[in-house]
Design a protein around this ligand. Structure first.
Ligand code: OSB
Ligand code: MG
Length: 370
């Protein structure tokens, strides 16, 4: 296959409500929609970087720059046999995982459309449906949090993840357990808000029987996480600290975590996501698919990835309506039954672009031809 043309569009898309984490409040999505053209087909993907470098070091602006200056020139007009080769072609560039992923994922979609198979099948996924959970931000009050949990449990979501930070941890988790009982599949995500000085507080979270605690310590740490894991009964899951299968190997080797959150953007693409998935499967480490408040294109990629066997814990891929009043894909992502999304069985992502809606969101556009 050969990529003859690539189009970038920057889209600003309102969230239906602000989403607050320990690193800040997100009020709108700033997306780069990537289209890769070849042999009369088009593959699409969506950059997941935030507008500000507060989750990781990348931003929408750095992704646009890396794509324009380095990644697109490295790919355009090159003959490739399979999308697995793309990450190799980008390996001379250090880091910039989200920029690399944005382009590589479009090539995967293009490849699966050209070979007339669902992206899930092209990745080796066997699941026909995936179980999904929902991530809930830091709410103004505990009462509002409990109401949100209630709403999402009624929709059947199979895992409730709540954001925590110092001062918003024991009390909200206790309120959820007291209201809904011990059977609710519950976890907490700290987005690096604690240090080992908070050990006594973190130990208190063991009483809540959480499925896991996600990224309690620094975004670039695995050593302290390994120390913490020996002190906690609750499994630690790493998000921010994992950018590759090599990071994964080291984290597991030193006991820094028992579960891995795979985000395609954070690890540089679908090929690296599969490698991490396969490595974890061989080592008895369950994985789940994280989210970055994706619009529909990113959501569709996540659904395809989560069809792989070792995605054995419900991920953060909720329905489009969780964050958006209207989505950039048609049909939008919905639950096919409570807490379940059906993996599309048509070619590529299995969704089409909602072009009239997209054209209203575009703030910048650039076309690259070989
Ligand atoms: O840490 O998983 C995270 C959103 C933005 C940045 C980081 C994270 C998140 C979420 C939301 O938790 C996941 C989603 O619903 O897409
Ligand atoms: Mg996280």
């Amino acid at each position: 296959m050969e990529i003859s043309e690539i189009k970038l569009q920057r889209l600003k898309m309102p969230l239906n409500a602000p989403f607050e984490t320990s690193f800040g409040k997100i009020i709108e999505k700033d997306i780069i929609l990537v289209r890769a053209y070849g042999k009369g087909k088009v593959g699409v993907s969506e950059s997941v970087a935030m507008p500000f470098p507060i989750y990781n070091e990348e931003t929408t602006g750095t992704v646009w720059y890396m794509l324009s200056e380095f990644l697109i020139p490295a790919l355009l007009g090159k003959e490739i046999q399979h999308p697995d080769q793309v990450s190799e072609m980008f390996s001379f560039i250090r880091r910039n995982q989200m920029a690399k992923a944005a382009l590589e994922m479009a090539v995967w979609d293009l490849y699966s459309r050209q070979t007339d198979q669902p992206l899930a099948a092209a990745l080796g996924g066997k699941r026909k449906e995936i179980e999904v959970g929902v991530s809930i931000g830091i709410e103004p009050t505990v009462v509002e949090l409990v109401n949100k949990v209630d709403e999402f449990l009624r929709e059947g979501y199979r895992k409730i993840k709540v954001k925590i930070k110092p001062g918003w941890d024991v009390e909200p988790l206790r309120a959820i357990r007291n209201t809904f009982g011990d059977a609710v599949p519950l976890m907490a995500d700290a987005n690096s808000a604690y240090t080992l000085d908070d050990l006594e507080l973190l130990k208190k979270l063991d009483q809540f029987n959480l499925i896991m605690i996600e990224q309690p310590l620094a975004h670039d740490d695995i050593i302290d996480h390994a120390s913490l894991q020996t002190e906690l009964q609750t499994p630690i899951c790493l998000d921010e600290s994992i950018h590759s299968v090599e990071d994964t190997r080291k984290a597991i080797e030193i006991g820094a975590c028992k579960i891995i959150n795979i985000k395609v953007g954070r690890v540089g693409g679908l090929t690296e996501s599969k490698r991490i998935h396969d490595f974890c499967e061989r080592h008895g480490i369950p994985v789940w698919c994280g989210g970055m408040l994706e619009a529909g294109v990113g959501r569709a990629h996540n659904i395809a990835l989560a069809s792989l066997n070792n995605f054995s814990i419900p991920g953060d891929t909720s329905a489009s309506s969780r964050y958006f009043n209207e989505d950039i894909i048609l049909p939008e992502v919905t639950l096919s039954k409570p807490g379940v999304i059906t993996v599309p069985d048509t070619a590529g992502l299995g969704f089409e672009l909602n072009e009239p809606f997209i054209s209203n969101l575009v703030t910048a556009e650039k076309v690259f031809k070989k």
